[in-house]
Design a protein around this ligand. Structure first.
Ligand SMILES: [Zn+2]
Length: 280
C-alpha cells in the first residue's frame, strides 16, 4: 500500500491585480517577495494563442510589461522534455523551459493545463513546466528541476507556484489516464484520483495540482516552497480560457516569470496596484 502524500494547501498569496495598461493579471505574493517579475494573464489581457501566428507581438509586450527585455516560449507538445534558453521567441518543441539570463522572461501557455512557475531564491535561474496530464506522467516537473540544477540551482533553494488550471473539482478523466499515471509516476499516484460518483464507471477526477506538488517535493523542494493558486479554469471560465469548456476555439493564457535586470528592482518600476482581491 502506498501512503497518501500529504496535501499542499498554500496559495502562495495568489491574487488578481489590475496593471496600469488595463490587463487583469494574477500574481503570487511569494514570488513578489523574492523580487521576481512574473504574472498570469487572464481574459482581460493578451490571448497568447496569437504567439503561434505572430511570435513577435505578445511575447515582447508581456516582457516589457514586466520590465524585461524579451520573452521565450515553446511549441508545447505534452511530453517530458525541457530546454534551456538565452534568447526570446519560440525556442523549440518541449514542455519545460529554463533560463539563467537576466531580463529574459520564460512564458508558458495554458488553456486548462497547470503551468508551474519555478524560481531560485538565490536568483540563479527561473523556469516553467507545462504540466498537462501527459507531461506530468512523462515527468516534466522533475525534468525541469534537473535543468535548473544544471544552471547552478539547488532544489532546496527553489520555490514553485502552480498557476490557475483545471482543478480536482472539474478535471474528470478516464481509466486510461489513471493507468498511464500509475505506470509513469508510480503506485502513489493512486492518491491523486478520486471518484466523485459511484455510478461513474471508472471516470475519476485527477488532481493535477497535488500530483505536481508531490512531484516537486520528490524532486527536492521543501514543502514550504510549493504553492498552488487553487483557481480552477473551468470554474472560473469567466477569467481564464478553458479548452475543456470551449473546445478548439479556446484561447490561451500565460504563466510568465523572469530574472530581473538590476533596473527592474527600482521602486518606480514596480507596477501600481489598482485592484486587489482576496483569494478567488
Ligand atoms: Zn473546477
Amino acid at each position: 500500500m502506498s501512503v497518501r502524500p500529504e496535501e499542499i494547501h498554500s496559495h502562495g498569496g495568489f491574487r488578481l491585480e489590475r496593471l496600469p495598461n488595463g490587463w487583469l493579471v494574477g500574481r503570487f505574493a511569494v514570488l513578489d517577495a523574492m523580487g521576481l517579475p512574473h504574472l498570469v494573464t487572464t481574459r482581460q489581457g493578451p490571448d497568447v494563442q496569437e504567439l503561434r501566428r505572430d511570435p513577435g507581438v505578445a511575447g515582447p509586450e508581456i516582457a516589457r510589461c514586466l520590465g524585461l527585455e524579451d520573452a521565450a516560449f515553446l511549441e508545447q507538445v505534452h511530453g517530458g522534455d525541457v530546454l534551456a534558453c538565452k534568447q526570446g521567441g519560440c525556442v523549440g518543441h518541449a514542455d519545460g523551459l529554463v533560463t539563467a539570463k537576466k531580463g529574459l522572461a520564460v512564458l508558458g501557455k495554458s488553456g486548462d493545463c497547470p503551468i508551474v512557475l519555478i524560481a531560485d531564491r538565490r536568483g540563479r535561474a527561473v523556469g516553467f513546466a507545462h504540466a498537462s496530464w501527459k507531461a506530468t506522467v512523462a515527468g516534466i516537473v522533475p525534468a525541469t528541476v534537473r535543468n535548473m540544477v544544471d544552471l547552478g540551482c539547488r532544489p532546496v533553494d527553489l520555490v514553485a507556484c502552480i498557476c490557475p488550471s483545471a482543478g480536482p473539482c472539474c478535471y474528470e478523466v478516464g481509466e486510461e489516464v489513471r493507468q498511464a499515471a500509475l505506470d509513469g509516476i508510480g503506485s502513489h499516484a493512486e492518491a491523486f484520483f478520486r471518484s466523485r460518483d459511484a455510478r461513474a464507471f471508472g471516470r475519476r477526477h485527477f488532481d493535477l495540482w497535488q500530483a505536481n506538488a508531490d512531484a516537486l517535493i520528490r524532486a527536492g523542494l521543501t514543502r514550504e516552497s510549493v504553492h498552488i493558486s487553487g483557481v480552477c479554469t473551468l470554474c472560473r471560465n469567466d477569467l481564464f480560457p478553458s479548452h475543456r469548456k470551449e473546445g478548439g476555439a479556446a484561447g490561451r493564457f500565460a504563466g510568465v516569470i523572469g530574472l530581473p535586470t538590476p533596473a527592474v528592482l527600482a521602486e518606480d518600476e514596480i507596477p501600481d496596484v489598482e485592484q486587489r482581491s482576496g483569494h478567488l
